[in-house]
Design a protein around this ligand. Structure first.
Ligand SMILES: Cc1cc2nc3c(=O)[nH]c(=O)nc-3n(C[C@H](O)[C@H](O)[C@H](O)COP(=O)(O)OP(=O)(O)OC[C@H]3O[C@@H](n4cnc5c(N)ncnc54)[C@H](O)[C@@H]3O)c2cc1C
Ligand code: HEM
Length: 397
């Protein structure tokens, strides 16, 4: 609970933080990485370069300060961060480092506006948020039988398969005597890969695309090619170029708040491009354990050649008697089921009121589909989403 002396100060300075949040967090990362260069191995340097992680951190602190008395607003924000942190093995001790640099950055960026009283009030907010996160993360680590700070698992690549023109699926098996980590369909894991030209390890998340309970974990990686204005993706290209059967890959514990809900409610899966990966895990799981559960699979992509796992998805849908399939391809040649163009959910028949919706794809795609669902009367609490990057999607207002 925020103290009565801090509350009015926080209320008065939240707008200042919002206006300067990104400048503060950018300054913070530079400051922290100068003092602790090893932490660069944990953070995605691409997200730093394009400013997405600083934005995500600023929005999270702002959301917490503005809504800390509303658990229904702040709970999902904290859950998402805690899952991401657990997938990275973040430790409670690292909160002291982050706190020290974040709070110092506040003063260094905002100058005299940060009086000792303002600094003390924000210190209180940081530690309230950190305490909440550490508690959630401790629970998640315990559920996974994992200790914060322990070495990551080494898993062996048992299979490598091209599943579209630009995506590879890697099946990872535990080393002798180790169990296959458990997960819930929809979750992801972090992989750590040395990048010699950066002199760093880089970590990325990949959704698991097979069902829990199988002999290994499968991830599906789309190669992020260079464009006229952006460089080739560091980790995806290296995984494609140099990860082969028999190689070892370091992975963190599966995590993620995007999870198929238990029970029998109808499931509506809405994906685009490589956003199919968590949906495929859900379809595989339903085929094994709940083949009678009603499911709609709506997918969009550019063309048949870039439709990852197309034949697996279609075989699973054929095997699910209550499944409906809707496909949109910008170029539908070679896919008789596809409608030409972009996804239009208004064409779907109305779904039962208890249906749960799962979205995954590029941000503008998810925002558009979410708008259509809301316009059709779907309750926002029944719309779940996964963002393949820092979460800039959540409505924090
Ligand atoms: C929860 C989650 C699940 C995910 N699941 C999957 C999955 O199942 N399959 C999958 O393929 N991906 C998935 N991703 C995405 C994945 O984690 C990586 O982000 C993706 O593989 C790209 O990583 P990269 O290292 O190749 O690219 P990066 O090097 O991280 O680059 C990413 C983008 O930033 C641009 N960029 C980098 N540096 C700069 C710069 N200096 N200036 C301008 N632009 C720059 C790059 O050009 C590129 O477009 C997931 C992400 C999350 C968070
Ligand atoms: C109160 C303190 C903290 C807050 C509010 C916070 C907030 C966030 C947010 C919002 C994200 C993005 C989540 C997403 O994917 O949507 C994130 C990711 C991350 N956090 Fe934290 N965090 C905190 C503490 C820490 C600490 C102590 C560390 C350890 C050094 C840490 C390391 C990371 C890393 C490595 C990522 C992934 C970044 C990336 O992929 O670029 N965080 N955090």
């Amino acid at each position: 609970m925020l103290s009565t002396s801090a509350r009015p100060i926080i209320e008065a300075t939240v707008p200042v933080l919002l206006a300067n949040g990104e400048a503060i967090t950018r300054h913070f990362y530079n400051r922290m990485f100068n003092a602790h260069p090893a932490l660069k191995n944990l953070f995605n340097m691409g997200n730093q370069a394009v400013g997405e992680q600083p934005q995500a951190l600023a929005r999270a602190v702002y959301a917490f300060a503005a809504h800390m008395d509303k658990p229904e607003v702040i709970g999902p924000v904290l859950d998402r961060i805690a899952h991401k942190h657990v997938s990275l093995g973040i430790t409670p001790a690292q909160y002291t480092i982050v706190g020290r640099h974040l709070l110092a950055s506040l003063g260094e960026v905002l100058g005299e506006a940060v009086t000792p009283e303002v600094a003390a009030a924000w210190d209180e907010v940081y530690w309230l948020m950190a305490t909440e996160l550490v508690a959630r993360e401790a629970r998640l680590y315990q559920e996974r039988n994992w200790h914060a700070g322990q070495p990551w698992l080494e898993m062996e690549v048992a299979a490598r398969e091209a599943v579209s023109a630009d995506a590879l699926a890697f099946t990872l098996k535990p080393l002798e005597g180790q169990p296959v980590p458990d997960f819930v369909p929809g979750q992801y894991l972090s992989v750590a890969l040395p990048i010699p030209e950066l002199g760093l390890t880089q970590v990325r998340q990949y959704s698991l695309s097979n069902a829990p309970g199988e002999a290994g974990l499968r991830i599906t990686v789309k190669r992020v090619a260079a464009t006229a204005t952006t460089p080739a993706g560091q980790v995806s290209n290296r995984l494609h170029a140099s990860l082969h059967v028999g190689d070892l890959l370091r992975v963190g514990p599966p995590a993620g708040d995007f999870q198929l809900k238990d029970g029998g409610a109808p499931v509506v899966l809405i994906s685009a491009g490589v956003g199919i990966t968590p949906m495929l895990s859900i379809l595989n799981h339903l085929a094994r354990h709940q083949p009678g559960r009603p499911v709609v699979f709506a997918h969009a992509g550019t063309d048949a050649a870039h439709y990852a796992h197309r034949f697996e998805a279609e075989a699973l849908l054929d095997a699910l008697p209550q499944a409906a399939y809707h496909l949109w391809l910008e170029n539908p040649a070679g896919a008789p089921q596809a409608q030409p163009g972009r996804m239009d959910l208004a064409q779907l028949p109305a779904q039962p009121a208890d249906a749960e919706y799962y979205l995954c794809g590029p941000l503008p795609f998810m925002q558009a589909q979410r708008r259509t669902l809301l316009a059709r009367g779907v309750v926002s609490a029944q719309i779940h989403y996964e963002v393949f990057g820092p979460d800039l999607f959540a409505e924090l207002g």
